[in-house]
Design a binder for this molecule. Structure first.
Ligand SMILES: [Zn+2]
Length: 555
């Protein structure tokens, strides 16, 4: 017997077999039951979501002699006939094909002839948005005054291209993309039916790649099953031609942390391995998209992800029209990795967002985590004006200060704590610079010299967390009598006060506070009066003039 593609073999024959479109099948079944079907339907939705299948079932249900619960019965004389035998009464027209216009003209000529075996002549017109203006006009004439025996089911992926005159004469149904779990469930049913063993994540990978279309899911499955044997994740990834999950995660991390060389090398490697670069881009975009969704749920900054998706969209367009799509993708990748050095307004917003993201992620390092190399070089005694975080000299760009990676470390090693610490350093320097420079000129504490107790308190914190210590040093001690420590932060230091409130820092501060000032002691961070800070550094001024101060430092 000839090979039948899976999506044909498993095409639903009843509304109940359709997956993920219950909001539509429920209404259609009700119409069949009550005999109140419309003259013309418009089925809209993404490819492979079941529009044509629903149209075929509806056409058969309308003509079934004894419909059962709104479904074709499957046993009556009409239901028993094959598609071929019914083809004079249930006509399928592909508007995207060359002879689409001819078929519409033909339709007009023959529509008045009564159906030969069925009650209704049903015209299923696929990709109806592809019709020419002339063909639309011809169709409109028949839709305006259809004979009682004629029914139309128009299907389209682009409802926006259908003339309003046609739309207004149709009952419209919007097909949803099918949720991934439903596709997975259906694929497993098919695999069980075929007697093929499978890995769960292999099925999940197919469902994800299908992007809500069951037909695509079954087509991919078809190719994968053709390999023979058990359905394995690795085989699926190779068939689809994209990166596997761990490679994709690595690429996203590299981009987020600005490791441009590694990100480019990964894409180059994928290209040499024969991966489909447009799929790599698509998957990368959905990876950023899902991280953005997670960040939104956690009320974390989104700007970096937005910027990355933006740059990938531009890259996608460039790839489509470029003779060298690989170059276009590499350029987009480099731009994302370099967002941290991007001085455009969008870039500045993304950079501020990354700084906030780092604070949210809690960039404290406990004393025991420290390597032999000091994390941040202190250039001055703690009570003298200091440059926090060991800012590089102004004449050297911050990225020139980046320490070399330890040479004995393989580039794919992700979990090594010492390197994680080192990698944060350049980013922190660079990101923290706008809010930290100018720190030396902060006003003297109103209570004069810092008390010995406060000095001890600071030293204790420094011994436990150098970053927490430096963060606290952004503030000015206003008062520490009565076991109540009040520290003031000016506008520039506001974000540092935020950093001190994240749980890991707050715990260190609280513990040191109780040890030095006693168990009842309280600490509060207050904002300096308006205008207390010095003029803002140029980078922040630039962003401020574009957005207003609220955008620069948000809660
Ligand atoms: Zn029937």
């Amino acid at each position: 017997m000839a090979y039948v593609a899976l999506y044909r073999k498993y095409r639903p024959r009843r509304f109940a077999d359709m997956v993920g479109q219950e909001h539509i099948t429920r209404v259609l079944k009700r119409q069949i039951e009550t005999g109140q079907t419309a003259h013309a339907y418009l089925f809209c939705g993404a490819r492979g979501t079941g529009k044509t299948s629903a149209a075929k079932i509806l056409a058969r249900a309308m003509n079934c002699l004894n419909p059962v619960d709104g479904e074709p019965c499957g046993t009556c004389a009409v239901c028993a006939m094959g598609d071929e035998a019914l083809s004079t009464d249930i006509l399928e027209i592909d508007a995207a094909s060359n002879n689409g216009v001819d078929e519409i003209r033909d339709l007009r000529d023959k529509i008045n002839f009564a159906p030969t075996v069925c009650r209704y002549k049903v015209y299923i017109i696929d990709e109806v948005h592809m019709l020419s203006t002339g063909a639309f006009n011809a169709l409109l004439k028949t839709l305006e005054e259809p004979p009682a025996h004629a029914k139309f089911i128009l299907a389209t992926t682009e409802a926006g291209k259908i003339p309003a005159t046609i739309l207004s004469r149709c009952q419209r149904f919007d097909f949803k993309r099918i949720p991934q779990p439903l596709i997975e469930g259906y694929l497993k049913t098919v695999l069980d039916d075929l007697g093929v063993q499978y890995e769960e994540r292999a099925v999940a990978a197919i469902a994800a790649a299908a992007e809500g279309g069951m037909r695509d899911a079954l087509s991919i499955l078809d190719q994968c099953v053709a390999l023979g044997g058990e359905l394995r994740y690795q085989g699926v990834v190779e068939t689809i031609g994209t990166l596997d999950q761990s490679a994709m995660d690595r690429l996203v991390e590299d981009l987020r942390d600005g490791r441009v060389d590694r990100a480019l090398a990964q894409v180059e490697e994928a290209y040499l391995a024969g991966k489909d670069l447009s799929l790599v881009l698509r998957d990368l975009m959905s990876a950023f998209c899902s991280r953005m969704t997670t960040a939104a749920e956690k009320k974390q900054p989104l700007e970096f992800y937005l910027r990355a998706i933006d740059l990938l969209s531009q890259g996608e367009t460039a790839m489509r029209f470029s003779q060298r799509p690989r170059t276009a993708l590499l350029a987009a990748i480099a731009r994302i990795a370099l967002v941290s050095r991007d001085d455009s307004v969008d870039g500045l917003v993304a950079r501020v967002a990354r700084l906030e993201d780092m604070i949210h992620r809690g960039w404290t390092v406990s004393a025991s985590d420290q390597t032999d190399e000091p994390l941040w070089t202190e250039k001055a005694p703690s009570d003298a004006p200091e440059v926090p975080f060991g800012d590089p000299p102004v004449d050297a760009p911050p990225w020139d200060q980046e320490p070399p990676l330890p040479s004995d470390l393989p580039p794919w090693e992700e979990k090594e704590p010492a390197r994680a610490v080192q990698e944060k350093k350049p980013a922190l320097r660079e990101e923290a610079k706008p809010v930290s420079s100018g720190q030396a000129s902060r006003p003297e504490p109103s209570s004069g010299k810092e008390s010995d107790r406060y000095q001890r308190f600071l030293e204790l914190i420094r011994s436990r967390s150098v970053p927490a210590y430096h963060t606290l040093r952004f503030g000015t001690l206003m008062d520490d009598r009565e076991n109540s420590v009040i520290i003031e932060f000016d506008k520039k230091g506001h974000v540092m006060a935020q950093a001190l409130r994240i749980p890991s820092n707050a715990k260190i501060v609280e513990e040191a506070l109780k040890e030095v000032y006693g168990p009842e002691a309280k600490i509060s961070y207050v904002d300096a009066p308006e205008g207390a800070g010095e003029e803002l550094p140029p980078l922040v001024e630039k962003a401020k003039s574009a957005f207003g101060a609220d955008v620069i430092i948000t809660d």
